[in-house]
Design a protein around this ligand. Structure first.
Ligand SMILES: Cc1ncc(COP(=O)(O)O)c(C=O)c1O
Length: 392
């Protein structure tokens, strides 16, 4: 019988396991940074109507440039953006992949700063782009000096920044973006998948687009909009960047059904984005409750919280799962990440953690902000796989 090893697979893919998440059927699922709130009924109806209107025309290919959807996205983003500055694809993962296809590839490199979104190195691998991890300081912060020094040392073709950063949750210091834009010889990509959850006063990299034609801001409808199953990610950049990704996109990559559904969602954005305020409240509640209990917790501008536990985080992860609460072990020793969901889910998580830790948590936790230096290149999983076994 033929196995994977018998096939003439690319050498750099040999021995790898597919990226995948245990999608476990447990009562409280707080491991993937989705929006816990289902799509409201009026929006369900609007999506159904919009999709229905496309059905008779499915014999034809969709608008391969998705111009109507891109115009809606530009309108949502504001900042004076126009349709020619926005591009859309099946999730921001596909957007990031297209950027690497256009600007990376064999013989080229991308610099990231881990722990960050673990699909960044995996997308680099898939596109044959060398990934360089510039690391972070022990408190998970990325400071301008480090960013500039790593850029000078590696001269990457692309720099990936993530704000708010997954898995740590904290938004990027604007001074880092300024310094990176000055120092980077190539493209600068700011992954803003969680931008809508940022705390007041946080600036988006969208504001820096004028005058920076090599800056790209990526966004998604998977988180704040609660449209993860719909698969819609997008970017904002100079029109020349949009022209560049059009060179590598598959023809008709975005189905007519996806375009119609996403447009219906955008038309109902006020209703959908109403959940953001509730989720931010739960996020802040998790942060303050855990801190009051003595846990070390990273500041969060996202819909998730990274917190330190005593001992081996895999034990706490397993015990929480046994209690019916699925959180995320991102592969950072001593840390776990929990998604902020509904108030009832927060109740369940906080109660389960109290029972699991039995009040003994924390103070002697193996990892600590300002305590244990992270090795550069520490492997971190992303928001999608479920537990400790999922660490790449
Ligand atoms: C930082 C970050 N960027 C991008 C994505 C990809 O999101 P999607 O492909 O659903 O748009 C995620 C998903 O978890 C993420 O955490």
């Amino acid at each position: 019988m033929t196995s994977l090893d018998d096939l003439p697979l690319r050498e750099d893919l040999r021995g790898r396991t597919p990226y995948g998440a245990p999608q476990l059927d447990v009562p409280v699922r707080l491991n993937t940074n989705e929006n816990s709130y289902p799509v409201p009924e009026p929006v369900v109806e609007a999506i159904a109507k919009a999709v229905h209107a496309e059905l008779a025309d499915l014999n034809r290919y969709p608008d391969r440039d998705a111009r109507a959807l891109r115009a809606d996205l530009a309108d949502y983003l504001g900042h004076g953006l126009t349709v020619d500055q926005v591009w859309a694809a099946n999730g921001s993962n596909e957007i990031l992949q297209q950027l690497l296809q256009a600007f990376g590839g064999p013989g080229r490199s991308v610099l990231g700063f881990g722990p960050a979104y673990s699909m960044h190195p995996l997308l680099a691998l898939g596109t044959g782009t060398a990934f360089v991890d510039g690391g972070r300081d022990a408190d998970f912060a990325l400071r301008p000096e480090r960013a500039v020094e790593r850029i000078a040392a590696h001269r990457p073709d692309l720099v990936f920044l993530c704000s708010p950063n997954n898995p740590t949750g904290t938004a990027l210091d604007p001074e880092v973006l300024t310094a990176v834009l000055d120092a980077a010889p190539g493209m600068v990509v700011v992954d803003e998948a969680y931008a809508e959850f940022a705390r007041p006063g946080t600036t988006s990299a969208l504001a820096a687009l004028p005058g920076h034609p090599r800056l790209v801001v990526t966004r998604t409808m998977s988180k704040a909009f609660g449209f993860a199953g719909g698969r819609l990610g997008y970017l904002a950049a100079h029109p020349a960047v949009v022209q560049a990704v059009q060179l590598v996109r598959l023809p008709y990559h975005l189905s007519a059904l996806t375009q119609a559904a996403a447009r219906a969602v955008l038309a109902h954005r006020t209703a959908l984005l109403a959940t953001v305020a509730v989720l931010k409240e739960q996020r802040d509640r998790i942060v303050s409750t855990l801190r009051a209990r003595g846990y070390r917790v990273a500041d969060s501008d996202a819909n998730f919280v990274l917190f330190a536990v005593a001992g081996d985080q895999r034990d706490t992860w397993r015990r929480l799962l046994d209690a019916g609460v699925l959180v995320r072990d991102v592969g950072l020793p001593g840390w776990l990440r929990v998604t902020a969901g509904t108030p009832a889910e927060t109740d369940a998580f906080l109660a389960a953690l109290a029972a699991v830790d039995n009040g003994t948590a924390v103070a002697d936790g193996a990892a600590a902000i300002g305590g244990v230096a992270l090795a550069d290149g520490a492997a971190v999983d992303d928001g999608r796989s479920g537990g400790s076994e999922g660490i790449a």
